[in-house]
Design a protein around this ligand. Structure first.
Ligand code: ZN
Length: 187
């Protein structure tokens, strides 16, 4: 089932998130719905707050990247579920890349992030994993992880760019936006 995506300005995107237990009700259905929603809205990742849930889950799929894009950016591309993740370390010289977000349609901007991330998490089968990712895969992980901390990529833009996107953000907040998926606005 496709789920509506909560838009910029909705408080659910800024709230603290809670860890879940293995017996979280209908976890499998929730994860299936998150994947369906992500693919339908053409995202590379989606975090639980974006579908209105303040729990520590995000999913990513960097396998969707075209072959050319894949070559240079990371040593591994994955389709993975991250439950109760903790970033243990970030390293390497920060690199710049243009990001977007399903909760913030039509806004893109360059964000600096470390190229390597070490993260501990439970996968869909609740197996504990401790692993290092790099390149674009690391970046998508960092972006989605930020959602669990109430941080949005527009918070990380340079001041000048922030001013530049301010009007667009205000429009989204008011529900004036053209997305080809269903969104929920704060009213
Ligand atoms: Zn996002």
């Amino acid at each position: 089932m496709k789920l509506p995506i909560y838009a910029y300005g909705h408080p659910v995107l800024r709230k603290e998130t809670e860890e879940i237990e293995e017996d979280y009700p209908d976890l499998k259905v929730l994860l299936d719905n998150m994947f369906e929603t992500m693919y339908y809205s053409k995202g590379m990742g989606i975090a639980a707050p974006q579908i209105g849930k303040n729990i520590r889950i995000f999913i990513i799929d960097t396998l969707q990247l075209d072959k050319e894009e894949r070559d240079e950016t990371a040593s591994e591309f994955i389709r993975e579920v991250f439950i109760n993740p903790i970033i243990l370390d970030e390293s390497g010289k920060k690199w710049e890349y243009e990001e977007g977000c399903l909760s913030i349609p039509d806004v893109r901007g360059n964000v600096f992030r470390h190229p390597q991330v070490r993260i501990e998490y439970y996968d869909a089968e609740f197996k504990l994993i401790d692993k290092v990712f790099d390149g674009i895969t690391a970046r998508v992980i960092q972006h989605e992880y930020d959602h669990l901390e109430g941080v949005l990529f527009v918070d990380l833009l340079k001041p000048l760019k922030k001013r530049f996107v301010k009007k667009k953000l205000e429009k989204i907040r008011k529900g004036i936006v053209d997305a080809n998926y269903k969104m929920i606005f704060h009213r």
